[in-house]
Write a protein that binds this ligand. Structure first.
Ligand code: UT7
Length: 315
């Protein structure tokens, strides 16, 4: 089921930024410590390198600061920090509290954990805050997946990366950028992708792959249909960056030309909640998104969860 906002107040993204650790790990670097190789990783995933290191709060603060600067906003003008992460620094408190403190933000702070769908979940939550009176929200997707990765397990280690992306969303009178959204979850599939306290990520790769393509297509189509749009209306597609083959398959089934999809997985690997904002910011900085463009965001991940949102840029 998809939804279109009914509030008289919408939101507009006014600033954006990213942060990635300095350390770059190439496929060849990984091949020196496990039984893998650059050709397999590139062909099966599209990943060439990833950034590894830092803390989730540290990366989130750096990305958040860049987004605030770009928006021309001071931290004391922000009403809430929404941090999408599946790798918090601690179980308690929420890592968003460290982001609030690190940036000196005046308002509230909370974490959203919807795995790799987290940023789009957070986007809808942020719009809910704006609709109910907040003026400005800092939304961040930040992860240090390297901390929950077994670096001797090639089935996971070649996939993950660390990083963060952030946006400032400001309230406007009228509809704003968010045209529609669709959120979904199926907890009966939690065993497909999971990590216990103190443990490592494990994934049933093939099953996740198949389900991912299906839910991205269904969720995207539902969000588009909610506002009378189709794939042909999508100017820029910002999918979760888990595997280039998933992005290609989703584009093909949706009927979105692949050149309209933003791909950053080659440089960052799979950064879970950070992957959609890393891709969105990449497209914005490259001048790929113009006022009036329809931008489709779509994520999927552990839970399983999935989430799509349609934005009309500008405002
Ligand atoms: O963000 C959250 C959601 N996550 C995802 O969406 C990930 C979804 N799944 C995938 O992206 C893919 O399933 C993987 C990239 C994880 C794996 O690709 P695959 O095409 O499903 O490969 P596979 O697991 O079927 O493995 C094929 C072969 C196997 O060897 P045999 O049995 O054919 O001899 C594996 O043992 O590749 C072997 N293999 C590797 N070889 C070199 C598996 N991992 C590696 C590796 N390097 N890292």
């Amino acid at each position: 089921m998809a939804h279109a906002p009914t509030s008289a107040r919408g939101g507009v993204i006014t600033g954006w930024g990213i942060a990635v650790p300095d350390k770059v790990v190439t496929n060849d670097d990984l091949a020196t410590r496990m039984d893998t190789n650059d050709a397999w990783i590139v062909e099966r995933t599209g990943i060439r390198e990833r950034h590894i290191g830092g803390t989730t709060s540290g990366l989130a603060i750096e990305a958040g600061r860049a987004a605030l600067e770009r928006a021309g906003r001071r931290p004391d003008e922000i009403d809430a920090v929404v941090l999408a992460t599946t790798t918090p620094d601690q179980i308690v408190p929420g890592t968003s509290a460290s982001v609030q403190n690190g940036l000196g933000i005046a308002g509230g702070a909370f974490d959203v954990n919807a795995a790799c769908s987290g940023f789009v979940y957070g986007l809808t939550v942020a719009h809910g805050l704006l609709a109910t009176g907040a003026e400005r929200v800092l939304l961040v997707g930040a992860e240090t997946l390297s901390k929950i990765t077994d670096w001797d397990d090639r089935s996971i280690a070649v996939l993950v990366g660390d990083g963060a992306g952030a946006v400032v969303i400001e309230a406007v009178d009228g509809p704003g950028q968010l045209l529609s959204w669709q959120l979904g979850a199926d907890g009966s599939l939690r065993h497909l992708l999971e990590c216990d306290h103190g443990g490592y990520l494990s994934m049933a790769g093939k099953e996740v792959f198949r389900k991912a393509v299906r839910v991205v297509v269904e969720s995207s189509e539902a969000a588009l249909a909610e506002v009378g749009l189709s794939a042909a209306d999508v100017d820029v597609f910002v999918p979760h960056q888990a595997n280039l083959r998933i992005i290609s398959a989703a584009c093909e089934r949706l009927g979105i030309p692949e050149e309209r999809a933003v791909v950053v997985i080659d440089r960052y690997g799979n950064t879970s909640s950070a992957s959609i904002p890393l891709a969105l910011v990449d497209a914005l900085d490259a001048g790929r998104i113009s006022p009036g463009d329809h931008v489709l965001l779509s994520g999927f991940g552990g839970g399983m969860t999935w989430a799509s949102a349609v934005l009309r840029w500008g405002g």
